[in-house]
Design a protein around this ligand. Structure first.
Ligand code: NAD
Length: 314
């Protein structure tokens, strides 16, 4: 980082907040961590240390102690934000909760500090309109867990100060994250709109009895997703026709248009289908093993992160 390393703070230390704390600390930055729940403030250090031990096991950090030494737990917001240059807000995904915390943060924020919200789909304008320092807020939406999946969506509100998105983009790059800029506010941003398109189709295919949930999952895990772990949909089709993307659009544009026309009545996911997907999933994974499977997923992500050589994809 040009100049002084930014002091950082994490507000809300659940799944995502803890991931962000690791992102900042492993890049060498001090991080203060604040959560409104005493229970979380008491247990978060142990939880972070366990995650750091896993990262160390996969060769993703050199020293658990050195990274852990950069965390400081704060008992109140004002202390947590003192002299901080970048705040990552990761509280519940609710407009009322985000609005309340945005006001509280704004009241103790210094003039040159920036606040990124982890919001999954609520745009910043929905919870910062009446906030005094609203021009210092933007969305910095990660994928869970942010210390293992690098993309982060940056979305300004109409009143976000000029230059803030660019500053945060550079900051995220320096942290080793992979920022993308969403040019204007839209519900769900880019990531969840893409994910939503796939989920809506998966839901419809299952509901119509076209394939089992396991086979739909396998189509992604052993098919589309294998390529998607290192290139996106546009690059994928560019490489799938001798004349590149224009040739691909000529050859298969008609098919994709016809598929789109067959889905012109969007439906809310029905409870009945959710229960049927759930009972198929529970045959493979009892609910009591969900935590174990999450830990397995994180280990898979760590193995992947350890194999992805920086620069190879760029
Ligand atoms: N979980 C995901 O997959 C994921 C992915 C990307 C983004 N997000 C977004 O990140 C944010 C956090 O999600 P999460 O999954 O970490 O939730 P979580 O429930 O695990 O954690 C939220 C934490 O915020 C704390 N909190 C709530 N109100 C607070 C307040 N006023 N002040 C301080 N702390 C407060 C809670 O005590 C809790 O510990 C949400 O906006 C969510 O949509 C989640």
């Amino acid at each position: 980082m040009a100049g002084e390393p930014w002091r950082t703070a994490v507000v809300g230390a659940g799944l995502v907040g803890q991931g962000w704390a690791i992102v900042f600390a492993r890049a060498g930055l001090p991080v203060t961590i604040y959560d409104e729940r005493l229970e979380i403030r008491r247990t978060v250090m142990a939880s972070l240390e366990a995650k750091l031990a896993d990262l160390h096991r996969y060769g993703l950090i050199d020293s658990v102690e050195a990274v852990a030494a950069r965390f400081k737990i704060s008992d109140n917001l004002e202390d947590a934000l003192r002299d901080v240059r970048y705040v990552q807000e990761s509280v519940f995904e609710r407009v009322d909760v985000k609005t309340q915390i945005a006001h509280a943060i704004s009241n103790v924020l210094s003039d040159d500090a920036i606040v990124g919200s982890s919001s999954s789909g609520i745009p910043a304008s929905a919870f910062t309109e009446g906030v005094a320092r609203r021009d210092q807020f933007l969305i910095a939406h990660p994928v869970n867990p942010p210390h293992l999946v690098p993309v982060v969506e940056l979305v300004a509100a109409p009143w976000t100060r000029r230059g803030v998105v660019e500053q945060v983009r550079c900051f995220m790059e320096e942290l080793g994250q992979k920022p993308i800029v969403v040019k204007r506010e839209i519900e769900g941003f880019v990531l969840n709109r893409l994910q939503g398109a796939l989920l809506n189709e998966a839901w419809a295919l299952f509901e119509e009895g076209i394939a089992s949930a396991a086979d739909i999952d396998r189509t992604v895990s052993d098919g589309l997703g294998v390529r998607w772990s290192f290139m996106g949909p546009f690059e994928t089709i560019d490489l799938n026709a001798p004349g590149g993307v224009v040739d691909y659009a000529d050859r298969l544009g008609g098919l994709f248009h016809s598929i789109a026309l067959s889905r012109d009545h969007p439906k809310r996911w029905s409870k009945d289908t959710a229960i049927r997907v759930g009972s198929e999933r529970r045959e493979t994974l009892p609910l009591s093993d969900l935590d174990k499977r999450c830990a397995w997923r994180d280990r898979q992500l760590m193995a992947l992160a350890a194999r992805r050589m920086p620069g190879e994809r760029d």
